[in-house]
Write a protein that binds this ligand. Structure first.
Ligand code: F6P
Length: 358
């Protein structure tokens, strides 16, 4: 008997169900022994508090196109994973206990950066773990692509497409705030796809005067409107020069709900133009996965299934240079895949006339 535990951890995204279905199909169709799949509810919490259910084929029917996760998810911050919970429970010991109680051969974890750190810890603690790279942010180290990313680009781009017509009618400046606190792959790609004039990213601190200059130049050229894609974590050059503590304090005392509103205010004061902010927010993580993500997540699921069948553990399944690869968890954990300001995509965007406010 092969017993496999599965959980989805951290912020959800599209194609989590498609990926789990991929694992299930691969293992059940190819295993030479009976298989049991246990689904932990709401991420690592399900493992800590022993909330799980035996999954049957029915659970995996008709979920390829369904957004969210059939298992539920939650954030279990890595930085407090070694601290006891409110009742004094040792979380890591509790997860190990659940794993051994169910006599699992392997745990499959679908998660992003923080969740992979916990997976690596469990692997170092002796559990057999395989992870799949989930996140709309595409910021996981060790893989060129994460699932959810392409679907989120579609949604953020659609938002920009729709804003374009109203921006043009009114001759306004529009800021679209795209998800991405630390890393800007999503705003960068949605910004290029959506024809943004300016893209502001966490990796490239902006100068507000440069942003204003672009808008004024567009005005002079008779362009009635400007579209700015702003990452949630976009940061000005001045703020980037602050210490972490000073920057946190600034954000805490800021009268603006987010950086986009601060930028909007600064642009209005400098140009007198009407500025509006649109925040698509969690819609970027919602709804059905796009066809790319369905294919990609299904392939990742099949690769994870093959690792299980070969008894190869301690890996994240990733995608590099158009090939599926297995990346050791201790190489992935704790590293972010950030945008290099000198990378070709940034150079190409600049050649297209897009400003990064730098
Ligand atoms: O999961 C990634 C992400 O969507 C980020 O892009 C975003 O900054 C964050 O999660 C939002 O977190 P929450 O869903 O907890 O508000």
């Amino acid at each position: 008997m092969l017993r496999i535990g599965m959980l989805t951890s951290g912020g959800d995204c599209q194609a989590l169900n498609a990926a789990m279905r991929g694992v299930f199909k691969c293992v059940t169709k190819n295993a030479k022994e009976p298989v049991e799949f246990y689904g932990f509810e709401d991420g690592y919490r399900g493992m800590i508090y022993s909330n799980f259910r035996l999954l049957s084929e029915d659970d995996f029917q008709n979920i390829l196109t369904v957004g969210g996760t059939i298992l539920g998810t939650s954030r279990t911050p890595f930085k407090t994973i070694n601290e006891p919970d409110e009742q004094g429970l040792d979380k890591v010991a509790a997860m190990k206990q659940t794993y051994y109680k169910l006599q699992l051969n392997c745990l499959v974890m679908l998660g992003g950066n923080g969740s992979t750190k916990t997976a690596n810890l469990l692997s170092q603690e002796g559990l057999n773990v395989i992870t799949l790279p989930k996140t709309i942010d595409n910021d996981l180290w060790g893989t060129d692509m994460t699932f959810g990313f392409q679907s989120a680009i579609d949604i953020a781009t659609r938002c920009m497409d729709e804003i374009h017509t109203t921006a043009s009618s009114h001759g306004r400046v529009f800021i679209i705030e795209v998800m991405g606190h630390k890393v800007g792959w999503l705003p960068l790609n949605a910004g290029i796809a959506g024809g943004a004039d300016i893209i502001l990213l966490p990796e490239i601190p902006y100068d507000i005067d440069k942003v204003v200059e672009v808008i004024e130049n567009r005005d002079k050229q008779g362009k009635r409107f400007s579209i700015i894609a702003v990452a949630e974590g976009a940061i000005s050059k001045e703020d980037a020069a602050l210490t972490k503590k000073e920057y946190k304090k600034k954000l805490k005392n800021s009268p603006y709900p987010s950086v986009s509103y601060e930028i909007a205010d600064q642009i209005f004061k400098a140009t007198g133009k009407e500025v509006r902010v649109t925040v698509p927010g969690h819609t970027q993580r919602g709804g059905a996965p796009c066809p790319y993500d369905r294919v990609f997540a299904s392939r990742l699921g099949a690769e994870a299934g093959s690792l299980i069948l070969n008894k190869e553990y301690g890996f994240m399944v990733g995608y590099r240079n158009r090939e599926m690869v297995k990346v050791p968890l201790d190489e992935v954990a704790g590293k972010l895949k950030m945008i290099d300001p000198n990378s070709s995509i940034i150079k190409e965007a600049k050649l297209l006339g897009i400003s990064f406010g730098d």
